[in-house]
Design a protein around this ligand. Sequence first.
Ligand code: NI
Length: 153
Amino acid sequence: MAIRNIVKEGDEILTKVCRPVTVFDDRLRTLVQDMKDTLAKANGAGLAAPQVGVLKRLVLVADDNDEILVLVNPVITHTEGTQTPTEGCLSVPGVWGKTVRPAKVTVEAQDEYGNPVKYTRTGIVAVCFCHEVDHLDGHLYRERVTEYVHFDD
Ligand code: NI
């Protein structure tokens, strides 16, 4: 088990376009496990590889049942409708904002062994697919915020 440091907003790593994963080896699977440990410790809904300083097209998303979906080289292949969620990001701590996202999202990807996977989800999981794939192209959800939300602490 290894917890990796989460890169914060302002670090230029978060603005880079990530490279496709071409090698599905133990090194990749160690990265996936470390990201799972890091996501669990941070109590987050998703995590993209650039957030731990790795410029590869790999993200994790917590599914409705809390299972962690591993998405390597993810591509959003279908969307339907819209929703206006409140989003946050482990790289932008203490900030939440409303965005406009598709209501239903299909993502196609590979798992950590290179097997093709395809998931269609609604609600926050659908939002998370979009949010994490944005990270792989150097975009933070802040760019999509229509209104910031303030929670009393
Ligand atoms: Ni994020």
